[in-house]
Design a protein around this ligand. Structure first.
Ligand code: FES
Length: 407
């Protein structure tokens, strides 16, 4: 039996923190039947932070895998993604960067999919097996993504036009897709974000079911949120093209709700030409320290890139698509991570880009790993609104425990 040394990480349960909630078996499950393969999806997903990472350097049996018609020997109990990295593949986050993109790393977005023994699988959470045949070219396959919903919505998201929010009835139907490139400790939708268990859909299936719901609830808005929808670019562009084909009327508002961190200008151009005409961007903060605190991204360089991309996306949409795309900007607020001074600076920056842009401030409530957060009071949210109005913004909406309060 051949053996090789591997340096990797494995995840272990901290019995003092585990509450037996079942999240790691029902929502973010393990796909390795022979012990931890080091994908870390359970580490990121556990709401009680009951997983610890241990770095190991050990001898393991080698298994033979065939990658793009070449045989390689790699240590057992590692992921397909790790095996690809070991033979020289560069793994990136942004669309088109690296030989393979794996932006969520938790099994939700399916961006990292490769063909294994004829089936599309997620390389980030699938362990290697003896004799596996891996093909990294997926161009002939329909992309997949885990989708939750659809559901009708009476309020919509940060970019749902305020005039519609006031109608007091269902105004949008929405789906939520799994997988995110951020690691927000107070993730407001973590059961979707970290889901790697549900059966994925093709873009056509998602567009079809959402269109059916649009007809059923007689609304204009068709929204996609997450998780982070921009992660699997091929899936998202095909989804919008199909959605536009099924909803060609001018009334149809094809809404993307994003954190903006991957929305580069060329990505925005493709989305708009695919039919997207309503975009929400939530840059999380103005200062990189705030961004890191809110998003859990500890790599400062990456955090700076994300933050810059999101702010540039706001400006780009306004400068290039003001007539075609209704833009809404989201700002998270909780005094735990945002000062009044930063709120004012955000207001000034947005007003300098476009004082008419719709801004929706989200009162971040206790969730996921930040159950200690205190939801901002209505008075606090009204103070945030006043600060933003004083900075020159004309259309500010604040989400509060008594509903959305707008201009
Ligand atoms: S990176 Fe593998 S599923 Fe998202």
């Amino acid at each position: 039996m051949q053996e090789g040394e591997v340096e990797t990480t494995i995840c272990e349960i901290d019995p003092n923190k585990c509450r037996g909630c079942g999240f790691c078996t029902m929502v973010a499950m393990c796909y390795s039947s022979r012990g931890c393969a080091g994908c870390l999806s359970c580490y990121w997903a556990c709401p009680y932070e009951a997983r610890v990472i241990r770095r190991v350097k050990e001898k393991r049996r080698l298994v033979r895998v065939n990658i793009n018609d070449e045989d390689y020997y790699v240590p057992e109990r590692i992921t397909v993604r790790k095996a690809l990295e070991m033979i020289g593949f560069r793994v990136g986050i942004y669309p088109g960067e690296g030989d393979l993109q794996a932006p969520c790393g938790t099994g939700g977005c399916w961006t990292c999919a490769v063909v294994v023994n004829g089936e599309l699988v997620r390389s980030c959470i699938t362990p290697v097996e003896e004799g596996m045949k891996i093909d990294t070219n997926t161009s002939g396959r329909e992309p997949l993504r885990i989708v939750h919903g659809p559901e009708p919505h009476p309020v919509g998201g940060k970019a749902t036009p305020w005039r519609e929010k006031k109608l007091g009835r269902y105004i949008e139907v929405a789906i939520w897709v799994a997988g995110c490139n951020l690691r927000c400790p107070q993730c407001q939708n973590y059961a979707v974000t970290y889901d790697n268990t549900s059966t994925p859909m093709t873009p056509k299936e998602a567009a079809k079911i959402l269109t059916y719901y649009r007809r059923r609830y007689r609304v204009k808005g068709l929204a996609i949120s997450g998780g982070e929808p921009t992660l699997n670019k091929r899936w998202l562009i095909e989804y919008f093209k199909e959605l536009r084909k099924l909803n060609p009327d001018k009334e149809a508002r094809l809404h993307l709700d994003s954190n903006g961190t991957l929305l580069t200008p060329d990505y925005i151009d493709e989305l708009v030409s695919a039919g997207c005409n309503n975009i929400g961007i939530e840059p999380k903060g103005l200062y990189v320290e705030t961004f890191m605190k809110i998003t859990g991204i500890s790599d400062k360089e990456l955090a700076e890139r994300y933050l810059k991309t999101a702010w540039n996306a706001i400006k780009y949409v306004i400068d290039h698509y003001k007539e075609e795309v209704y833009l809404g900007v989201g700002i998270p607020y909780n005094k735990e991570f945002m000062s009044w001074e930063e709120v004012a600076k955000i207001g000034e920056k947005l007003a300098s880009i476009d004082s008419d842009v719709q801004v929706c401030v989200l009162d971040y409530f206790p969730a996921f790993r930040r159950r200690d957060l205190v939801r901002p009071s209505v008075d606090e949210m009204l103070r945030v609104k006043k600060i933003l109005n004083d900075a020159g913004l004309k259309c500010v909406i604040v989400q509060t425990r008594i509903g959305h309060l707008g201009p």
